[in-house]
Write a protein that binds this ligand. Structure first.
Ligand code: ADP
Length: 473
């Protein structure tokens, strides 16, 4: 028969402050297993595990006890609370007797009946391990947060356990039947939930697929309208260019007095016409460039570019834009930045645009164009820095959008279409590079153009020494 013994902390656990014994049972015969199962459930219930969890614990203990009894005959089952870290219910199953029967080795057994039992127990508990020193199998399950583990509460549990009726086997079989039915009902409910979830997932999947199709369709529409916009811009720009240059030439003829003299008022008005036509021509040219790039009609002609010579040309072209002596225009080559292989026309167009902007938005100080080789990426870097009005952070992403201009008093100083920077960015991408900008309002801006030293479509060879030479201008 089973002998049940409930011990206090001053019993077997003396000197082991974090371990509190609740009950010990000696199992002598097969039917005692039923009793242990019932006791396990009772212990779990008293420790405030839910009914379902109590069944799980009782099942795990029964299963390991069944295996242990096959190897050890008389077995001792102890229920303890371990409060060293998070409080845990520990159930120790060991041979009752002096000699060791190798119970702890069972945990690693690959024999199918034993292995399956341990796998189930591990699923039902938090842990199921071997204590080789004591030759025991130890099951562990963290206590519910609401369970109290102070000495008084544990003493109350012990007292309850000592009065627990062991009961008869029939009652336990009936109880197990009820548990089985409950578990089956729970399983069926889980199955239904799973089916519902799968259905929901299928619906969501169908929705996602439909959304993807819609996005594809919208993207295709966007692509088409983008193409149409480029074609429209390119066609209208072409149509506008001829009449515009005729107007400009006619205005010049009038100003040159080819068809007779002009009154001062007439001269002023013709000047207006010429000025407006020039502005319009520039806008049309920018639009045409953008449309060409967008439609992929722009060819890149790579060749070797001597940076000193390029800077010389740019200096000559841009100096007239420096409206006063208050702004110095400086070109500087650093380190090994002497040569690169790219499309000179497009590079020059980007730099002209950036320098023209810098001069337009700088009233005093300097505009400096620096060529250097960026150590990290090995790319050629052109910095156009100014000491002008700068750009607020929130406007930085906008200025690369078509027709975007930041309102400021200097906007009126020169021509402006809001197309320069988008064009520069597209050209830089075309050349395999990019444009970055950093700016501080009131202090100035730095626009950086980064280009590969040898462009992708480049067939020309750079001189071997180009990367090492360094000159300053
Ligand atoms: P545009 O110069 O023809 O107006 P851009 O596309 O070249 O068009 O520039 C867009 C806007 O970005 C400018 O109108 C100006 O507000 C701002 N911007 C560009 N460069 C600078 C700069 N160096 N300093 C301050 N603002 C600048």
């Amino acid at each position: 028969m089973v002998s049940k013994n409930t011990m206090g902390d001053d019993g077997a656990m003396q000197g082991n402050a974090g371990r509190h014994m609740l009950a010990t049972v000696i199992v002598r015969q097969a039917r005692d297993q039923v009793t242990v199962r019932r006791l396990s459930r009772r212990v779990a219930e008293l420790l405030r595990f839910t009914a379902q969890e109590s069944i799980r614990i009782a099942t795990a203990v029964s299963e390991i006890l069944r295996i242990a009894r096959m190897h050890a005959g008389r077995t001792r089952v102890s229920f303890l609370i371990v409060t060293e870290a998070a409080p845990v219910l520990e159930v120790r199953i060991e041979h009752e007797g002096e000699d060791k029967r190798g119970l702890s080795r069972l945990a690693a057994s690959t024999e199918s009946g034993i292995d399956a039992g341990f796998t189930s127990a591990r699923r039902l508990m938090d842990s199921c391990r071997a204590d080789e020193h004591a030759d025991a199998i130890v099951l562990g399950r963290q206590l519910p947060a609401a369970t109290r583990t102070d000495p008084a509460s544990l003493a109350a549990v012990r007292a309850e356990l000592s009065q627990t009726e062991i009961g008869d086997d029939i009652a336990e079989v009936e109880q197990q039947n009820r548990e089985l039915l409950e578990t089956l009902a729970e399983l069926r409910q889980r199955q239904e939930e799973l089916t519902a979830l799968t259905r929901e997932l299928e619906d969501t999947n169908r929705g996602v697929v439909a959304l993807y199709a819609e996005i594809e369709e919208k993207a295709e529409k966007l692509r088409r309208s983008d193409e149409m916009k480029s074609r429209f811009l390119s066609n209208t720009s072409h149509e506008l260019r001829t009449p515009l240059s005729s107007i400009r030439v006619l205005a010049q003829l009038l100003l040159d007095r080819i068809d007779g003299d002009l009154t001062p008022e007439q001269e002023k008005q013709v000047e207006y016409i010429k000025h407006a036509t020039t502005g319009l021509s520039e806008l049309v040219n920018d639009l045409l460039d953008l449309a060409k790039i967008e439609s992929g009609k722009v060819e890149v002609y790579c060749d070797q570019i001597d940076i000193a010579a390029l800077f010389g040309t740019l200096r000559g072209m841009l100096r007239p834009l420096t409206s006063s002596d208050a702004v110095a225009l400086i070109f500087e080559q650093k380190d090994a930045a002497t040569t690169l292989c790219s499309d000179e026309g497009k590079l020059s167009q980007i730099l002209r645009n950036l320098v023209a902007n810098a001069l337009k938005f700088t009233e005093s100080g300097e505009v400096r164009v620096t060529a250097s080789i960026e150590a990290l990426s090995g790319m050629m870097r052109f910095d156009v820095s100014d000491t002008g009005i700068g750009i607020a952070n929130e406007h930085l992403p906008l200025i690369f959008e078509e027709f975007e201009q930041v309102a400021n008093p200097l906007q009126q100083r020169g021509k402006g279409t809001g197309l320069g920077l988008p064009l520069c960015r597209k050209l830089a991408t075309l050349l395999g590079g990019r444009i970055d900008v950093v700016s501080t309002p009131g202090k100035g801006s730095v626009f950086s153009l980064l280009l590969p030293i040898v462009g992708e479509t480049c067939t020309a060879q750079l001189p071997a020494t180009a990367a090492q030479d360094g000159t300053k201008t």
